[in-house]
Ligand binder design. Structure first.
Ligand code: HEM
Length: 199
């Protein structure tokens, strides 16, 4: 087994992406405040490919079975944990930015984003065989709800970028990617019966 197939590859990718996002944010920002804002923004942005890998792991495998799709499916739990990591870094970065900018978030953001964090950590803590056994029939609906709630917060946040002419292109790309991922998931599901491999 090479490194790309190992348990550590998703976690290493999440670690490098989020450290890179913080470093690049502060490196590119013209002052400390802008650096903190870019770090908050980019720590969420690097979570997108990590999230989509976990979100589409079984879809890709159902569409076509080869060593690449099999590896992604076998490592989907680690991709989920890598996402929990990247978003923990987002939480630290956004908190730092909001504190130094003296910009408390509104109630909708606290409740909507807060529930997303609850779901991220519930899923991270229950992504193991012991929890699957203990939670029985509740495990799957909780994880299906959680992953789609995170999908919704991503979509909603990027959709909100439509209101800012400077960030409109990011809104179009981000919300477009989320819609495409959902459509892809549904299309493959309707076309083919789900397949699984041992995690
Ligand atoms: C209470 C929780 C959260 C708060 C207070 C928060 C706050 C922030 C802040 C301050 C930024 C940077 C703002 C800017 O670019 O001007 C940001 C960016 C962003 N956040 Fe969060 N966030 C939260 C949770 C989440 C969650 C759970 C997700 C996704 C599941 C998310 C997705 C995003 C996205 C997509 C961006 C923009 C990235 C881009 O421009 O590409 N946030 N957030």
């Amino acid at each position: 087994m090479n490194f790309a197939q190992s348990l550590w590859a998703p976690l290493a990718a999440g670690l490098l992406l989020s450290i890179g996002a913080v470093g690049l944010g502060f490196g590119v920002g013209t002052d400390h405040m802008e650096g903190a804002k870019l770090a908050a923004r980019w720590t969420s942005r690097v979570g997108v490919p990590v999230f989509l890998t976990a979100y589409l792991a079984s879809t890709l495998y159902n569409l076509t079975q080869n060593s690449f799709t099999k590896t992604i499916l076998r490592r989907r739990r680690q991709w989920g944990l890598a996402f929990a990591w990247t978003h923990s870094v987002h939480l630290v970065a956004l908190s730092y930015y909001l504190v130094i900018a003296e910009m408390p978030p509104d109630l909708l953001t606290i409740l909507g984003g807060g529930l997303a964090y609850v779901m991220i950590y519930v899923m991270a803590l229950t992504s193991n065989n012991w929890s699957v056994r203990k939670m029985g029939k509740y495990w799957k609906p909780i994880h299906i709800f959680g992953i789609h709630y995170i999908w919704f917060i991503y979509f909603f946040t990027y959709f909100g970028r439509f209101a800012d002419p400077d960030l409109l292109h990011i809104g179009v790309i981000g919300s477009g990617m989320m819609l495409a991922a959902l459509a892809f998931r549904l299309m493959v599901r309707w076309r083919k019966a789900p397949k699984s491999v041992k995690a």
